[in-house]
Design a protein. Structure first.
Lengths: 464, 96, 459
C-alpha cells in the first residue's frame, strides 16, 4: 500500500516601501507612474553606474527576519546573480547567495481543523534575504515593452522549508505572514499591485506502508515551481491543481518534469512556462562594488527594539485582557489599524463610562465590555471610519440601557416634586408607597426614556 | 580539480549562458585558446590554499550605505539618446 | 611649442602671470591635435567647443586642457569604451572624476583611444584602430590606456585620465615616456568609469611629470557617496610634500620581478634607477615575493569572471548596439569568465583565485614591513611592434605580468620614465607603495625624476 504526500515550500517576495530604491537615490514610488520616468544611471544599468545599498532596506530586512524568529547573521554580503532577460538591465540581479541577512527562523500560529479543534502549528523559515526588483514587461502585439520604473526597488525574499503538506496550511501561513509584514510597516504587501508575490514549489513524496505498518518515505526527485501568483486563493488552487496533476503523472509511473509553471486563474490550471525551462546557472559571485555587511550584537538588538507586538501575540493579549472570543480576537488583529482602533474605542468607552453613574449602566447581556465593542466592529454594526470617541459614544447609546440624558431626568424630577407637593408630603410622612406615584410621573414626563429604578433612587436621594 | 580542455559542446553551452552568438569558427578558436589559457592557469593547483580565506575585494570597508532619501537630481529626466519609443518604453521583440 | 610641452605646474604659472590665456592653450592644442592625431590615433573624439569657464580662475586646474580615456562617461559627449558596441553612445551623466576636474577648472578637449573595455595591453583591441607609439609609429603605445599615454607624450593634452586594472596606466606610460599613477583601490571614485573588472579597476592620471600627477590627484582623490568602495578618509595634499627629503628611505628590490624573460635593456634601466636611489641616500633592500609567479593566473581568473558579469548590461535594449558587436577579445574574456563562474568550476577557478589573491596581498604586506617602496620594471620589454602579439593572447597577457600583482593587492604604483633603449624606445621604472601611501610614493617619484634629469621629449 502506498500514498502520496505533498511536499510544499514557499518563496515569497515582498517589496519594501522605502522612499528611494535599493541601490540608488531614485524614488521607489513607481506604481502607476509614466514608464521610465523613475530611472537613473544605476537602476537603468547605464555604463559606469555603481550601486550603494539603502540603509533602511537593510534594517527592515533584519526586522522581518526578527519577526520571523530568524537568527540575524553577523556577516552578510551581496552577490550578483546572472541571467539574461529584458527586464534585468545589468544582466545580473544584485541579490544574496550564501550569506543572507537572516536564516533559520519559524512562524507558528493556531489552525482550526474541520472539527473546529484548534491546534498550534509551526513552519520553519529557511532564509530571508534582500535583493533588487526587476523592471516590468508588457507584451503588446509583436513587441514586449520594458518599463524600468520598478527596477531596483528593494525586494525581500522569504524562503520557507518544505514543511507544508496541504494547501490550507499554506494559505493560513501566507495570511499570517502578510499580516506580520503589514504590522511591521515595511511594505504595503499589496498583492494586486505586486508588492507581495507568491511562489509555491510542490512535489509529491511516495509513502509506502508495509504490512507490518512500517512506512517507507521516498524523497521526490523533482520540484515544480509555480511563479508569481498574486492571491492566497490562487496559491491554494494552484497547489491543489498541482497535487492532482502530479498524482496522475506518478500513477502512470512517470516523474513530473522539474520546471517552472505559471497559474491561469481563469481556468484554474497551471501551465508550463517554456521560456524559462532551460536549467539556470546563475554564476553567483560576491558583488565587488559593495563592501560586506557586518552587524554587532548591539546593532541587531537595537533594531529588535523596534519590533512591534506581532499579530499572534496581540491576539493572545486581547483574549486575555479584554476577555474576547478567540475568533473575534483573530479577526480584529488581522489589521493593525482595526486592532489599534478596537483598543482606542474601548479606552474611550471606559472614559465616558467613568463620568456616568455606574448604577445607571447596564450593559447588554452578560459579556465583557471588550467583547461588546468587538461585536460592533466585527459585525460592522458601526463604521470604523468614525473617530474612536464618536464610535464609543454611539456604542454607549446602542448597547447601554441607562438614563438617556442626565440633565433631562434631573429637570423632570424637580418638575414632578414641584407639581405634586401632596405626594411629596405623604412620602416624607412615611407613606413610602407614594414614591411609586412620583416615579410614574417622572416616567410619564420623560416618555418612558428612562430606567424606573434609576428615577426611584434619585427621588429617594432628593427627598431624604 | 581544475579542468584542462573545453569541448565544443561546453563552448556552445557557455556562449548561451553568456548570451553570445558565436560562429562555428569562433567556437573552434575560443575552444583552443581558452584551453591554452586554462592549462597555464593550472599552475594555481600548486598553491595550498586550504587554510586561506578569500579576497573578493580589497576595500576593508563594511556597511557602506546611503540614507533612504530621494535625490531628484540623480534621476534621468531626459531619455534622449536612449532607445525609447514614443510612449517612453524600451522595446524588444515579443518574448512570449 | 613651449606651451605644448609645458607641465601643468608651468602652465598654471603662465596663466596666473597672464602670460597666456586658457583659450590660447586650448587653441594651440587643438591645432596640434588636428595635425598629429590622424597619424597617432590617440583621440577617438575631439570635443568641438571646449568650454573655458572664466569664473573658475581661482580653481587649481583653471584653464588646463585634458583628455579622458574613453571609458569615462561624459554627458552629451560620445563615450565608446573603445568598442563598436558603443560607437554612437552619448551618455546621460558625468563620471565623478570628470565632474571633479570640471569643477577644478580643467577643460576637456578629447576622449582617448583604448583597448575595447580595457581588455588589452596595446590598444590593438580597440575597435577604432590601434594607437601608434609617438616615439616610433611601428610600435604600440601600450594599453589599455594607450591613447592617453600617447596623447600626453605627443603633447595633445597636458594630462590625461587613464584607467588601470592590470597595468593599463603604467605600461603605456612606460612605453611612451610619461608618468602614470595607478592609485590605491578606493582612493579615486570609479563612478562613471565603464567597468572592466570592478575589484581591480582604478582611476588615475597620466602626466608629463610626477609633480603634475600629484596636482591632478589633489583634485580627483577622495570619497564619493556614489562609489561604495571609495575610502572615507580625507586624502592627503599630495603636491605639498613632493619635495621632502627621501634620504634613508628603504627601497625594496623583489628578486621575483627580475627573472622571467626580462629584456636586457629594461633590466639595465632599472639597475641605473637603483643607482640613482643609492646616490640619493636611500637604502636598497633585497626582498622576496614568492607568490608573484601566480599573479597572472589569479588576475585572469578574477578579471575575466568580473568582466563577464560587467559586460552583461550591454544587451542593446536601452543603448548601444547588440552583443554581436563585441570584439574578439571581449568575447574571449566573457567566455572564460562565464566558464570560471559556472556551476562545478567556481571553486576550482574563481574561488581558488580569490584565495591566492589573499596570499599575493600578504606578500606585499610583509614587504612593506621592511621597506618604504618597492622598485621593479613596469613591463618585461619596451614597446613591441604592432601586430607582434596579436594572435597570441597568452603572450599578450604576459606583458602585464609585473604590473598585475599591484592591482590584486589594491596598492598604488607609479610608472616614471627612466630612459631609452638603443632603438630609442622609452623604458619606465615602477615604484610601488603601500596602500594609501600615495603621498610618500609621489615624493619619492618626484625626487627620482629630479635626480634623473631632463629626458628627450617628442617634438
Amino acid at each position: 500500500m502506498y500514498k502520496y504526500q505533498p511536499v510544499i515550500g514557499l518563496e515569497i517576495h515582498v517589496e519594501l516601501k522605502t522612499k528611494s530604491k535599493m541601490f540608488c537615490q531614485d524614488s521607489a514610488d513607481y506604481f502607476g507612474k509614466k514608464p521610465n520616468t523613475h530611472v537613473c544611471p544605476v537602476c537603468l544599468g547605464l555604463p559606469g553606474a555603481l550601486p550603494v545599498p539603502n540603509k533602511k532596506a537593510i534594517e527592515w530586512t533584519i526586522l522581518i527576519g526578527q519577526a520571523l524568529n530568524c537568527s540575524i547573521n553577523k556577516v552578510s554580503k551581496f552577490d550578483r546573480k546572472h541571467y539574461f532577460y529584458p527586464d534585468l538591465p545589468k544582466g545580473y540581479q544584485i541579490s544574496q547567495y550564501d550569506e543572507p541577512i537572516a536564516s533559520n527562523g519559524w512562524l507558528k500560529f493556531q489552525i482550526s481543523n474541520f472539527k473546529f479543534q484548534i491546534k498550534e502549528k509551526k513552519f520553519r523559515i529557511h532564509r530571508v534575504h534582500l535583493e533588487e526588483d526587476t523592471g516590468k514587461l508588457i507584451h503588446s502585439g509583436s513587441d514586449t515593452l520594458v518599463d524600468f520604473n520598478r527596477s531596483g526597488v528593494p525586494l525581500v525574499e522569504i524562503v520557507t522549508e518544505p514543511d507544508f503538506d496541504n494547501s490550507d496550511d499554506v494559505k493560513r501561513f501566507l495570511e499570517e505572514l502578510h499580516t506580520i509584514i503589514r504590522y511591521l510597516g515595511v511594505s504595503d504587501a499589496d498583492m494586486e499591485k505586486g508588492s507581495m508575490r507568491l511562489e509555491p514549489n510542490i512535489s509529491l513524496r511516495k509513502i509506502s506502508i508495509q504490512d507490518s505498518g512500517f512506512k517507507i518515505q521516498e524523497l521526490p526527485n523533482y520540484k515544480v515551481e509555480v511563479k508569481n501568483i498574486n492571491s492566497f486563493n490562487f496559491v491554494k488552487r494552484a497547489i491543489e491543481y498541482e497535487i492532482k496533476r502530479q498524482t496522475e503523472i506518478l500513477e502512470k509511473g512517470e516523474t513530473p518534469a522539474q520546471e517552472t509553471r505559471g497559474f491561469d486563474s481563469v481556468k484554474g490550471i497551471t501551465y508550463s512556462q517554456r521560456s524559462k525551462e532551460e536549467a539556470h546557472d546563475y554564476r553567483y559571485f560576491p558583488e565587488p562594488d559593495i563592501p560586506p555587511l557586518e552587524f554587532t550584537y548591539k546593532e541587531i538588538e537595537d533594531i529588535k527594539k523596534k519590533l512591534p507586538e506581532l499579530p499572534s501575540d496581540k491576539e493572545k493579549r486581547l483574549i486575555k485582557e479584554y476577555r474576547l472570543k478567540a475568533q473575534d480576537a483573530f479577526i480584529l488583529t488581522r489589521d493593525l489599524r482595526i486592532a489599534d482602533y478596537f483598543e482606542k474605542v474601548t479606552d474611550e468607552f471606559n472614559k465616558l463610562m467613568l463620568v456616568q453613574d455606574k448604577a445607571s449602566v447596564d450593559i447588554e447581556k452578560q459579556q465583557s465590555l471588550g467583547q461588546t465593542i468587538a461585536n460592533l466592529i466585527v459585525n460592522k454594526r458601526l463604521s470604523t471610519s468614525l473617530d474612536p470617541e464618536e464610535f464609543a459614544k454611539k456604542a454607549i447609546t446602542s448597547t447601554v440601557t441607562y438614563i438617556a440624558d442626565r440633565e433631562k431626568m434631573d429637570k423632570a424630577v424637580s418638575k414632578v416634586i414641584d407639581d405634586f407637593p401632596k405626594a411629596v408630603e405623604d412620602y416624607k410622612a412615611g407613606k413610602t408607597n407614594s414614591i411609586m406615584f412620583l416615579v410614574g410621573q417622572v416616567m410619564k414626563e420623560m416618555k418612558g426614556q428612562v430606567d424606573a429604578n434609576t428615577v426611584k433612587k434619585k427621588l429617594i436621594k432628593i427627598l431624604k | 580539480m581544475a579542468k584542462k580542455t573545453l569541448t565544443k559542446e561546453e563552448i556552445i553551452h557557455l556562449s548561451k549562458l553568456a548570451n553570445l552568438s558565436l560562429t562555428e569558427e569562433e567556437i573552434e578558436i575560443y575552444g583552443s585558446q581558452l584551453s591554452e589559457i586554462l592549462s597555464y592557469i593550472e599552475q594555481l593547483e600548486e598553491v595550498d590554499t586550504s587554510k586561506v580565506s578569500s579576497t573578493a575585494q580589497v576595500t576593508e570597508l563594511k556597511n557602506v550605505t546611503e540614507e533612504d532619501e530621494v535625490k531628484e537630481e540623480r534621476s534621468i529626466k531626459d531619455l534622449a539618446g536612449l532607445k525609447v519609443n514614443k510612449d517612453n518604453y524600451f522595446t524588444v521583440k515579443r518574448i512570449r | 611649442m613651449d606651451i605644448l610641452k609645458a607641465s601643468i605646474s608651468k602652465l598654471r604659472q603662465l596663466i596666473k602671470d597672464n602670460k597666456i590665456s586658457s583659450e590660447e592653450i586650448v587653441a594651440q592644442i587643438s591645432e596640434r591635435i588636428n595635425k598629429e592625431n590622424p597619424k597617432l590615433n590617440a583621440l577617438l573624439t575631439v570635443v568641438e567647443k571646449p568650454e573655458v569657464n572664466e569664473n573658475m580662475k581661482d580653481k587649481p586646474l583653471y584653464g588646463i586642457a585634458f583628455t579622458l580615456k574613453d571609458t569615462y562617461v561624459t554627458k552629451g559627449i560620445r563615450t565608446t569604451a573603445g568598442s563598436r558596441l558603443l560607437e554612437n553612445y552619448i551618455p546621460q551623466y558625468d563620471a565623478t572624476v570628470y565632474k571633479k576636474l570640471k569643477e577644478a577648472g580643467a577643460v576637456l578637449i578629447g576622449k582617448t583611444n583604448c583597448d575595447a573595455w580595457g581588455h588589452g595591453s596595446s590598444t590593438e583591441n580597440s575597435d577604432f584602430g590601434v594607437t601608434k607609439n609617438p616615439w616610433n609609429q611601428d610600435y604600440v603605445a601600450g594599453g589599455s590606456s594607450g591613447g592617453s599615454a600617447a596623447a600626453v607624450a605627443s603633447h595633445l593634452s597636458p594630462f590625461s585620465i587613464g584607467e588601470d586594472t592590470g597595468g593599463s596606466i603604467r605600461q603605456p606610460a612606460s612605453f611612451c615616456s610619461v608618468v602614470g599613477l595607478k592609485v590605491s583601490y578606493g582612493l579615486v571614485s570609479r563612478y562613471g568609469s565603464i567597468a572592466y573588472a570592478s575589484s581591480l579597476d582604478t582611476v588615475g592620471p597620466i602626466t608629463k611629470t610626477v609633480e603634475d600627477c600629484a596636482l591632478v590627484l589633489d583634485v580627483i582623490a577622495g570619497n564619493d557617496n556614489q562609489d561604495a568602495t571609495t575610502n572615507p578618509a580625507k586624502p592627503s595634499h599630495y603636491s605639498k610634500s613632493i619635495n621632502n627629503d627621501i634620504k634613508g628611505f628603504k627601497i625594496g628590490i623583489p628578486k621575483e620581478y627580475f627573472v622571467e624573460g626580462i629584456d636586457k635593456e629594461v633590466a639595465e634601466q632599472v639597475e641605473n634607477s637603483i643607482k640613482l636611489f643609492k646616490k640619493m641616500g636611500c637604502e636598497i633592500v633585497d626582498i622576496t615575493m614568492p607568490m608573484t609567479r601566480y599573479a597572472l593566473s589569479t588576475y585572469y581568473l578574477i578579471a575575466t569572471s568580473e568582466t563577464s558579469s560587467n559586460l552583461g548590461r550591454y544587451d542593446g535594449i536601452r543603448y548601444g548596439n547588440s552583443r554581436k558587436d563585441f570584439g574578439a577579445e571581449a568575447k574571449r574574456r566573457i567566455m572564460l569568465g562565464t566558464f570560471t563562474l559556472s556551476a562545478g568550476y567556481y571553486d576550482a577557478y574563481y574561488k581558488k583565485a580569490t584565495k591566492v589573491r589573499t596570499l599575493i596581498k600578504n606578500d606585499f604586506d610583509q614587504a612593506f614591513k621592511k621597506v618604504d617602496i618597492i622598485l621593479a620594471p613596469v613591463s618585461p620589454t619596451p614597446a613591441f611592434k604592432i601586430g607582434e602579439k596579436v594572435n597570441n593572447p597568452l603572450q599578450m597577457y604576459l606583458s602585464d605580468i609585473l604590473t598585475i600583482p599591484v592591482n590584486l593587492a589594491g596598492i598604488p604604483a607609479l610608472s616614471v620614465p627612466a630612459g631609452f633603449t638603443k632603438y630609442k624606445l622609452p623604458v619606465g621604472v615602477q615604484l610601488i607603495g603601500n596602500r594609501f601611501e600615495e603621498e610618500k610614493l609621489l615624493n619619492i617619484g618626484h625626487k627620482f625624476e629630479q635626480e634623473r634629469g631632463e629626458l628627450p621629449s617628442i617634438d
